[in-house]
Write a protein that binds this ligand. Structure first.
Ligand SMILES: Cc1cc2nc3c(=O)[nH]c(=O)nc-3n(C[C@H](O)[C@H](O)[C@H](O)COP(=O)(O)O)c2cc1C
Length: 196
């Protein structure tokens, strides 16, 4: 798949086939890719906890908030829940550029998952004290940045134009998820180009 196609396919997916587990090799490939990306001052202070067990997945799930714009949807039913998670941590919360590193690594993780035929969703709305307890994390050593839910996608997702600044995603009667994206004319606000 070309990078352009991969980027289009790499949508936030929140409904999965829970019977399809994430293998150790898949986690290794995904995290290996995340270790190769740019890092401010090359500090590489991101750390990961991975899970594919039912027991730990259930514990992680109860710390997460799903799809804020779908106010009447409490999140996926048990059989549509993610079959794996990657929790992204940073070693020192005072590190100035950690959030840039986190974004680059997170996108690398979801692109890698998409290339494997999986899907994912970045989740920042987390009950961090609860998750920290579940994972037995020492607060002075690690801060939780993101949780990346992974699984085999069963959601149909369509990119839509942004009309009248309406950026909220929605679901239709057939359960297709629609996600509006701004177009190039709106996001390039200056051009200084030689003629081709
Ligand atoms: C930093 C960040 C935090 C996010 N946190 C959540 C979250 O807590 N819960 C959730 O359901 N989705 C979360 N998302 C997913 C966004 O809602 C999603 O990226 C957006 O709706 C656009 O959809 P797309 O990823 O398919 O382009 C997050 C995305 C990012 C980049």
């Amino acid at each position: 798949m070309s990078l352009t196609d991969l980027i289009k396919k790499n949508r936030s997916c929140r409904r999965f086939d829970n019977s399809r587990r994430i293998t150790t090799d898949e986690f290794s490939l995904i995290i290996n890719n995340a270790t190769k990306v740019a890092s401010a001052a090359n500090l590489q202070n991101l750390r990961y906890i991975i899970s594919n067990t039912k027991r730990m997945n259930d514990e992680i799930f109860r710390c997460l908030n799903w799809a804020g714009y779908l106010s009447d949807w409490p999140g996926p039913e048990p059989e549509e829940r993610p079959s794996g998670y990657i929790i992204m941590l940073v070693r020192s919360s005072i590190e100035k550029y950690a959030h840039f590193d986190a974004g680059i690594a997170a996108q690398t993780i979801t692109l890698s998952a998409t290339e494997l035929g999986l899907g994912g969703c970045l989740i920042a709305s987390i009950n961090k004290p609860l998750l920290g307890n579940i994972l037995d994390l020492s607060e002075d050593e690690y801060s939780i940045l993101l949780c990346i839910a992974l699984g085999k996608p069963i959601e149909h997702i369509k990119i839509e134009p942004v009309i009248d600044n309406q950026i909220q995603y929605w679901r239709d009667e057939a359960n297709t998820h629609h996600v509006p994206k701004r177009d190039i004319e709106e996001v390039i606000i200056g051009e200084h180009l030689d003629q081709d």
